[in-house]
Structure formats: structure tokens, C-alpha cells
Design a protein around this ligand. Structure first.
Ligand code: HEM
Ligand SMILES: *[C@@H]1O[C@H](CO)[C@@H](O)[C@H](O)[C@H]1NC(C)=O
Ligand SMILES: *[C@@H]1O[C@H](CO)[C@@H](O)[C@H](O)[C@H]1NC(C)=O
Ligand SMILES: *[C@@H]1O[C@H](CO)[C@@H](O)[C@H](O)[C@H]1NC(C)=O
Ligand SMILES: CC(=O)N[C@H]1CO[C@H](CO)[C@@H](O)[C@@H]1O
Length: 324
């Protein structure tokens, strides 16, 4: 009897909290799932840690997955998990768009989602899983931690055509990169701090070939060593670390590489190649890693809030690959 009473009380509290959440409408909050799915954050984190322990690179892949989700503004939506939708008669999947070719981590999100559906069916959105998984990856690999505001809803659509125009290619110069970020409401400083995401993970030969053969702002011996694995043609898929020193550790080495002209992508080296404002920010991140961490966190929070669906917009998908 007593335990029944306690159960009823907690159900009542849950109902009150749910009403409160509904009443606050589209407002995000770190506590969004605290009554509807109290284990949500722990489940996502455990899934991310297990995946990274199986394959270290997956942490980088999960960070990039969130970046791409937020940047592709199909139908003017940002971080809404449209990147996870598979092709159907009515969905033009984003997965097969050219800049998307090496985006990965979908299976990890599926596994986490399956566990969440078991614990609290239909409650935790795929967009929130992507946002949390990016944060948890950064933390596990030694980067900064931060609180993630939750309550994003999932889109009902995807937009392959928008991938080409939304995701900046590695051939962009500083001006074009800044314009791309600015069109998403992100500042010049956000561009430089968020590019620090390249302190982990890898890129394919096809993505850095132009830089190692055609650019002059590259350390010649660094270029030469890369030319040995990435020929002028062929071997498009051969991988090299974005941060040659510590590719599985989230630190400020990415910026130290730029000072030595050892950025892997053309777009990386653009951040330290003559623009005095950019150079000065890069130098700050080299000398004061804590400033990099602070700015990166700020940038991630801004990026994670790009054109969200909230409240009664969109839905909470039960399968991240399909609209309900
Ligand atoms: C500034 C504009 C950016 C450009 C031009 C760019 C470009 C690229 C390219 C070309 C790759 C390698 C793809 C391949 O060859 O397979 C890559 C990988 C990656 N990017 Fe970016 N990126 C940018 C911004 C970002 C941001 C803002 C983040 C996250 C905060 C990010 C995180 C990553 C990560 C972690 C990887 C490695 C993924 C893996 O190993 O699976 N990038 N990026
Ligand atoms: C994206 O661009 C690539 C090459 O620039 C092109 O082959 C592809 O068809 C484009 N995709 C869409 C959906 O526009
Ligand atoms: C950057 O690229 C754009 C577009 O390709 C070009 O118009 C512009 O002249 C370039 N800017 C610099 C400073 O090279
Ligand atoms: C390098 O430059 C040459 C000559 O301008 C051009 O034909 C080639 O496409 C460039 N290669 C890459 C990978 O950008
Ligand atoms: C993960 C994923 O779906 N990648 C796709 C990216 O696009 C190519 C085609 O351009 C597909 O073959 C990949 O499966």
C-alpha cells in the first residue's frame, strides 16, 4: 500500500512536470527529460562511451554528424535530425549528397535510440541524441564539458539539395568560410573555435589533395609525407589525421599545427594565413587552451540551437531513420 502511494505520488509529479513542459512550449532546458526519461542522458553517454571504446574514431564522427545536421537547412530547419532520414518516395535523403559521403555514426545513433525507446518510448528526440552524443564524444576524448539544452524535435522532411549549398567544402577560403558561418548566425570567432573540432578525426585524400599539391601555405616536408600516401590521382579514400599529433585527443594541437603550416585541409590553413584577426585568435588558442575550450563550448551551444523545431513542431521519431 505504502509503495503504491509513493508510486502514485511520483506519477502525479511526473504529470505535473509534463504539463509544465507543455506550458513552456518551445523552451529548451537541460532538465527537459528529467521526469519523462530520467535516464536519458546516462543512456546516451553510455552508448557513446561504448562506441568509442570499440572504435576511437567514432567520437569524431559523432561530432561531425551533429555539425552537418545543424548546417543543412533543408526547408529552413537546422538541428532536427534530417540527416538521419533514409531515402523513401517522399524523402530525398541527405546521406547520399556529395559532401556527405564520409559522414558516419548512424549505427551508433540507432543503438542509442533503441535503448531509449525501451526505457521511455517516444520521448527522446533524435536531434537531442545527436546533440548529446557530440558533447559526450568531446568530453570522453579529453575536451571540455557543458550543459546541453534539450527539447529539440525531429523533422518530417530532409533536403538533399540543401547539403551542397550549406556544408562548406574544404576548398573554401577564409572569406567564404566566414560567410558560410555567418549565414548560420555564427561569428568569425565561432568559425575559428568550432574548426577546432578538427583536433580529432580523419579526412580522405580526396579532401586534402588540392592542399598538398597546389597550395604554398604548407610545410613542404609535411606536404611531401602526405603525397606519399595520397597520389595525384587514385587512392581517394586513403585517410590522414586532421591533427597529425594527437588525432584521438581533444586538445589545442590543431592550432599549434596551423602555426607550423601543418593544417591538413586547405580550409584549416586558411585560419592562419595572413588575416590578422584570425591569426590573433589562433595564437590565443595556442597560448591559452582554456580560452579555446571556453569559445568552443560557446560555439557548440550556438550551433546546437540553429533553427530548431520545438514545442508542437515536428515530432519525436521512434526510429531515427524514418518519419513516424
Ligand atoms: C569550417 C568549415 C569546415 C570544413 C570546410 C570542414 C571540412 C571537413 C572535411 C573535408 C572533413 C573530412 C571529410 C572526409 O574526407 O572524409 C571533415 C572531417 C571532420 N570534421 Fe569538419 N569541416 C568544417 C567544420 C567542422 C566543424 C564546425 C566541426 C565540429 C565542431 C567539424 C568536425 C569534423 C570532424 C570531427 C571530422 C572528422 C570526422 C571523422 O573522422 O569521421 N568540422 N571536415
Ligand atoms: C551536389 O554537387 C555535386 C558536385 O558538385 C553534384 O554532382 C551533385 O549532383 C549535387 N547534388 C545535388 C543534390 O544537387
Ligand atoms: C575567396 O573565394 C571567393 C569565392 O571563390 C572569391 O571570390 C574571393 O576573391 C576569394 N577571396 C580571397 C581573399 O582570396
Ligand atoms: C591543382 O591545380 C591544377 C592546375 O591549376 C588543377 O588542374 C587541379 O585540378 C588542382 N588539383 C586539385 C586537387 O585541386
Ligand atoms: C553513410 C552514407 O549513407 N553514406 C553515403 C554517402 O553517399 C554515397 C554516395 O554518394 C553513398 O554510397 C554512401 O552510402
Amino acid at each position: 500500500m505504502a509503495s503504491n502511494k509513493i508510486l502514485c505520488l511520483s506519477l502525479l509529479l511526473a504529470a505535473a512536470a509534463a504539463t509544465l513542459a507543455a506550458a513552456t512550449g518551445g523552451k529548451l532546458s537541460p532538465a527537459y527529460y528529467s521526469t519523462t526519461c530520467p535516464k536519458a542522458l546516462a543512456i546516451v553517454q553510455a552508448g557513446v562511451v561504448a562506441a568509442i571504446q570499440k572504435e576511437t574514431r567514432i567520437g569524431a564522427s559523432l561530432l561531425r554528424l551533429h555539425f552537418h545536421d545543424c548546417f543543412v537547412n533543408a526547408f529552413l530547419q537546422g538541428c532536427e535530425a534530417s540527416i538521419l532520414l533514409d531515402e523513401t518516395a517522399s524523402i530525398a535523403t541527405e546521406k547520399t549528397a556529395v559532401p556527405n559521403q564520409s559522414v558516419r555514426g548512424y549505427d551508433v545513433i540507432d543503438d542509442i535510440k533503441a535503448e531509449l525507446e525501451e526505457a521511455c518510448p517516444g520521448v527522446v528526440s533524435c536531434a537531442d541524441i545527436l546533440t548529446l552524443a557530440a558533447r559526450d564524444s568531446v568530453v570522453y576524448l579529453g575536451g571540455p564539458s557543458w550543459e546541453v539544452d534539450l527539447g529539440r524535435k525531429d523533422s518530417l522532411t530532409a533536403g538533399r539539395a540543401a547539403v551542397n549549398t550549406s556544408i562548406p567544402p574544404p576548398t573554401f577560403n577564409l572569406t567564404a568560410l566566414a560567410a558560410s558561418f555567418s549565414s548560420q548566425g555564427l561569428s568569425f570567432r565561432d568559425l575559428i573555435s568550432l574548426s577546432g573540432g578538427h583536433t580529432i578525426g580523419v579526412a580522405r585524400c580526396v579532401s586534402f589533395r588540392g592542399h598538398i599539391y597546389n597550395d604554398s601555405d604548407i610545410d613542404p616536408s609535411f606536404a611531401e609525407s602526405l603525397q606519399q600516401i595520397c597520389p595525384r590521382s587514385g587512392s581517394d579514400g586513403v585517410l590522414a589525421p586532421l591533427d597529425l599529433k594527437t588525432p584521438t585527443h581533444f586538445d589545442n594541437c590543431y592550432y599549434r599545427n596551423l602555426l607550423r603550416k601543418q593544417g591538413l585541409l586547405h580550409s584549416d590553413q586558411e585560419l592562419f594565413s595572413g588575416n590578422s584577426e584570425a591569426n590573433s585568435i589562433v595564437r590565443t588558442y595556442v597560448n591559452q587552451p582554456s580560452v579555446f575550450f571556453k569559445d568552443f563550448v560557446q560555439g557548440m551551444i550556438k550551433m546546437g540551437n540553429i533553427k530548431l523545431l520545438t514545442g508542437s513542431q515536428g515530432e519525436v521519431r521512434t526510429d531515427c531513420r524514418k518519419v513516424n
